[in-house]
Design a protein around this ligand. Structure first.
Ligand code: PRE
Length: 104
C-alpha cells in the first residue's frame, strides 16, 4: 500500500466517524429535549400530588410502565433490562422532585 492509499483510507474512516458522531449528537440533543419535556409534565404531576396529598410514588403505575417499556424495548431491539434501568433511574429523580415539592 502506498502512502497516498493509506491516507485516503484514513480520511474516509475519519469522514464516516464524523458522520456517525453528527447523528449521535443529534440523537443526544433529542433525548435531552424529550427528557426536559417529560420533567415539565412530572413537575405538574408533583404539584397536583402535593396539592391533593397524594404520595410521591405510585408503585402500581411504575409496574405497568416497566411492563410496557420492556415490550417496546424488545420490539425495538433494545436490551429490555437497560430500558428498565433507565426508566427506574428517571423515576427515582422524579420522585425526589415530588418529595421536594411536597415539603415546600
Ligand atoms: O404517574 C405518576 O404518578 C408520577 O408521579 C410520574 C412517575 C413517572 O415519572 O413516570 C413518577 C413517579 C411514580 O411512582 C410513577 C410515575
Amino acid at each position: 500500500m502506498t502512502s497516498s492509499e493509506s491516507s485516503e483510507i484514513d480520511e474516509s474512516v475519519i469522514a464516516e466517524l464524523g458522520r456517525l458522531r453528527d447523528s449521535i449528537d443529534n440523537i443526544d440533543a433529542a433525548v435531552v429535549h424529550m427528557l426536559a419535556e417529560r420533567f415539565k409534565c412530572t413537575q405538574q404531576v408533583g404539584l397536583l400530588k402535593a396539592r391533593h396529598q397524594l404520595p410521591p410514588a405510585d408503585p402500581a403505575r411504575e409496574a405497568r410502565q416497566i411492563v410496557r417499556l420492556r415490550e417496546l424495548a424488545e420490539s425495538a431491539k433494545l436490551d429490555p433490562a437497560f430500558a428498565e434501568k433507565l426508566l427506574n433511574f428517571i423515576i427515582a429523580e422524579v420522585i425526589r422532585h415530588h418529595e421536594t415539592i411536597a415539603k415546600s
